[in-house]
Design a protein around this ligand. Structure first.
Ligand SMILES: Cc1cc2nc3c(=O)[nH]c(=O)nc-3n(C[C@H](O)[C@H](O)[C@H](O)COP(=O)(O)O)c2cc1C
Length: 309
């Protein structure tokens, strides 16, 4: 590989959403996967995995789940970046040790590891002349994706990453003024003038010259992120990243489970190590920590599991 000027690559780079139907040669793919694994990782743990999607039908399904993003189908390669503490758990168990409960911290470092590794792969791809696009849209269908990819507890999709030969050109996209992003010594509050400056700098991002249109679409009520929140929370709980719910629980949070239980019962009673879901004539009991106990009681009340012993 000829030497590349990294700053030059950074100055020119932009996400690519149109790809030529050309494959990435094996030797370049090898470099990309090498870069993926050279990323730094907290405590040497490498709390990430990557699925390289080779099956076109699977890729098609993921493109559909991700809001019909055609570049997922078009790109020569498509990876799903995964936060992964399952492998660590297996490694510890292999030496007869149990992993401590640390679901939130685990998620923090596992998402960071997956993101860093993806970024190293992506930057190397761009340095080699390929185009890349991260795909947060995989979160749109996160629960179906967990099933499609056969992810065990402890593994969660973080983002997709499309890589291929670019079939588009364009200027780099704008960024916020540096002084709004890089603080010195202490976090500096933002003035109205700062915020105006931010909108001015980012205006070219939007076709109509108004960055707020983009932010509004994603981040205000009824927007993309709000729609992702509940399925994401359910996927977190299901994959064992919610400290208050047992792995597999199909609920956004303990609060959501409680609300659901209260819709189906006259009341819920918690005592140390147990929960009771009470109806007019009957009561169902579950054991364990509050989330586990209530889930068991609710499942019994629904007849999903037998009401004994
Ligand atoms: C975590 C993450 C998720 C993203 N998700 C998508 C996506 O689903 N679809 C897409 O077309 N671009 C996606 N992008 C690309 C961003 O839109 C892009 O990086 C941003 O607009 C800045 O543009 P630039 O990369 O060309 O500088 C994503 C980027 C990141 C880092």
């Amino acid at each position: 590989m000829p030497p590349v000027d990294l700053l030059e690559v950074l100055a020119r780079r932009r996400s690519t959403r149109r790809f030529k139907p050309e494959p990435i040669p094996e030797e370049d793919l090898e470099k990309l996967l090498f870069a993926l694994q050279r990323a730094p990782t907290d405590a040497s743990a490498q709390l990430y995995s990557v699925i390289r999607l080779r099956d076109p039908a699977l890729r098609d399904e993921i493109a559909r789940l991700s809001g019909e993003q055609e570049h997922i189908r078009q790109a020569a390669e498509f990876f799903v970046l995964l936060a992964d503490v399952h492998r660590l758990e297996r490694l510890l168990a292999h030496r007869g040790q149990a992993m401590a409960p640390w679901p939130r911290t685990a998620l923090h470092f596992a998402i960071l590891d997956a993101g860093l590794s993806g970024a190293y792969l992506a930057l190397t791809a761009e340095a080699l002349g390929y185009g890349v696009c991260f795909i947060g849209g995989v979160l749109n269908g996160i629960e179906a994706l967990v099933d499609l990819l056969g992810l065990p507890p402890g593994v969660l999709p973080v983002a997709g990453l499309a890589v291929g030969v670019p079939d588009e050109e364009g200027p780099p996209r704008p960024r916020l003024p540096r002084r709004l992003v890089v603080h010195e010594d202490r976090y500096r509050p933002y003035s109205a003038e700062d915020l105006e400056e931010a909108y001015r700098a980012m205006a070219p991002y939007s076709r109509v010259g108004d960055w707020n249109r983009v932010l509004k679409r994603y981040f205000t009520q009824g927007g993309t992120m709000e729609a992702r929140e509940t399925p994401y929370g359910r996927a977190l709980a299901r994959q064992g990243f919610d400290p208050d719910l047992p792995p597999g629980a199909p609920f956004y949070s303990l609060g959501a489970l409680l609300e659901e239980a209260l819709r189906e019962a006259r009341g819920v009673l918690f005592r140390p190590g147990e929960a009771w879901l009470e109806r007019e004539q009957e009561a169902f009991r579950g054991e364990g920590r509050p989330g586990e106990a209530l889930l068991t009681a609710l499942r019994k009340a629904r007849g999903e599991i037998p009401d004994w012993p």
